[in-house]
Write a protein that binds this ligand. Structure first.
Ligand code: NAD
Length: 483
């Protein structure tokens, strides 16, 4: 058997083996087979990465903004030049359809660098003055070495969403992608090198959360942690980081409501709801997994929705035209199937899906689950309260606006929400009261990178995007001068 490809750390401007000498298996979800070996990082690797980042910091943080901008922009161009290759790698690593990686994941990774490369040129700090008395001005200085930890669902997209603003503001980074989907992040190392990043400015330590992630959080020289992942992990990171007074940005889980009113544009609400339910096999933190439909159109919406879901083309993610690929890992596959069993035990009626979706050929052993629609469950049951993060949604009717709001807010999460109605007064009324950091009205996943992104309640603390992210990665220092 030929030796498997090795995915190494990127530390101090070069690919390096793990200090432990240990390697983890990396699976291709569509085939269920190991296709690469991943460096299993530990505290020693993190220590080396932090040292390299500290050495690089004086040069990077004082580099003129125009030059820093140029390097970041060049990286966005290089991602674009490698788009097809990166998209294919992402699809193999994650199980998502190649078409999705090509049209969403990799272009967005490119845009993240482009956005912050140009944004940093416009970043300004504040001044607060009392004419004739004193002047205050605020320096916004880079923090030093910062840690970025990301999940598996949108691997390069979310990894770069953190790294780009951190680097733009003059910090050096020690980053860790998910051990489940490490490959495109590893390729970013060589692209950063080609773009002209000095060694040590960006370091990528591979490995598990307990092995490498926790060591990044614990390192005293790492001044801030930007984390995206599950709520329980976020809580563990917060508990570890809080006594060290690190800055924390936590983007966590969700259980997003999708409210469909009878006066909506039916076809558009229907079409988009299929996408907001099942894009990336439902593994987007912003997917709307609880669909509440006004009773007068409930049956019509349900029937049309189920028909469209049944028509989704599931198969090999690398085949053109595939709309539903594999879910990311065997443990996740089992977790989703168990959640479907729970829904059945709770009395839910499975309208479509509800089972594995066996494939043929090279995907026979892959982790495929049929897109699943369930109705007849109350808002307070586990299925409607707990994040499943897979191709599973519930449908439920409502009678009044107030009732729909009650359902929307009935969970511990508060990440995103969607409202479908032509009554804009109602839409604004609801948007002000829905407990969610993001409210989409008559659209979904329309993203403007300048807007604050993040959740409330158990969906997280802090906001990413635009100035929010750039401010997060700086230390404000106020200076007051008397006239
Ligand atoms: P996860 O929490 O298991 O892992 C996320 C990352 O944290 C991985 O890199 C992992 O290795 C690392 N990690 C795990 N334990 C750690 C520890 N103790 N210390 C430091 N790092 C640790 O999440 P996941 O399963 O990879 O991703 C799915 C979750 O992410 C879902 O809950 C989803 O809702 C959430 N998510 C949220 C957003 C958002 O923007 N709010 C976006 C995408 C995904």
């Amino acid at each position: 058997m030929p030796e498997l490809q090795k995915i190494r750390h990127w530390i101090g401007g070069e690919y390096t083996d793990p200090a432990s000498g240990e390697w983890l298996d990396v699976y291709e979800p569509a085939t269920g087979k190991v296709y690469a070996q991943l460096a299993s990082g530990n505290a020693e690797d993190v220590e080396r990465a932090v040292q390299k980042a500290q050495e690089a910091f004086p040069g990077w943080s004082t580099m003129p903004a125009v030059e820093r901008s140029r390097v970041l922009y060049r990286l966005s161009e290089l991602i674009d030049e490698r788009l097809e290759d990166l998209a294919r790698t992402e699809s193999i690593d994650n199980g998502k359809p190649l078409a999705l990686a090509r049209s969403v994941d990799i272009p967005r990774a490119r845009d993240n660098f482009r956005f912050f490369a140009t944004g940093l040129l416009h970043f300004a700090s504040e001044s607060h003055n009392a004419p004739g008395a004193y002047v205050n001005y605020t320096l916004r200085q880079p923090l030093g070495v910062v840690g970025c930890i990301s999940p598996w669902n949108l691997p390069l997209y979310l990894f770069t969403w953190k790294i780009a603003p951190a680097l733009a503001m003059g910090n050096c980074v020690v980053a860790k992608p998910s051990e489940v989907t490490p490959h495109t992040a590893a390729l970013l190392g060589e692209l950063a090198d080609q773009a002209g990043f000095p060694p040590g400015v960006l370091n990528i330590v591979q490995g598990t959360g307990p092995g490498a992630g926790s060591a990044i959080v614990a390192h005293p020289a790492v001044k801030a942690i930007s984390f995206t992942g599950g709520t329980a992990t976020g809580a563990a990171i917060a508990a570890q980081a809080a006594p060290m007074f690190k800055k924390l940005s936590l983007e966590l889980g969700g259980k997003n409501p999708n409210l469909v009113f009878a006066d909506c544009d039916f076809d558009e609400a229907l079409e988009t709801s299929v996408r907001s339910s099942f894009a990336n096999q439902g593994q987007i933190c912003l997917c709307g997994s609880r669909i509440y439909v006004e009773r007068s159109i409930y049956n019509r919406f349900r029937d049309a929705f189920v028909e469209k879901v049944r028509a989704l083309r599931q198969g090999d993610p690398l085949t053109e035209g595939t709309q539903q690929g594999a879910v990311v890992s065997e443990p996740h596959y089992r977790k989703i199937l168990a959640a479907i069993e729970t829904a059945k035990a709770e009395g839910g009626t499975v309208l479509c899906g509800g089972a594995p979706a066996p494939q043929s050929g090279r995907c026979t052993e892959g982790w495929f689950i049929q897109p699943t629609v369930i109705e007849g469950l109350p808002a307070e049951c586990r299925t409607n309260q707990e994040e499943i993060f897979g191709p599973v949604v519930t449908l439920q009717p409502f009678d009044t606006e107030e009732e729909s709001l009650g359902y929307a807010n009935s969970v511990r999460y508060g990440l995103a929400s969607t409202i479908w109605t032509r009554d804009l007064q109602r839409a604004h009324r609801l948007a002000e009261r829905i407990e969610a950091g993001i409210v989409w009205i008559n659209c979904w996943l329309l993203r403007d990178l300048r807007t604050p992104f993040g959740g409330m309640k158990d969906s997280g603390v802090g906001r990413e995007g635009g100035w929010e992210a750039m401010r997060f990665f700086t230390e404000p220092r106020n200076i007051c001068l008397k006239y």
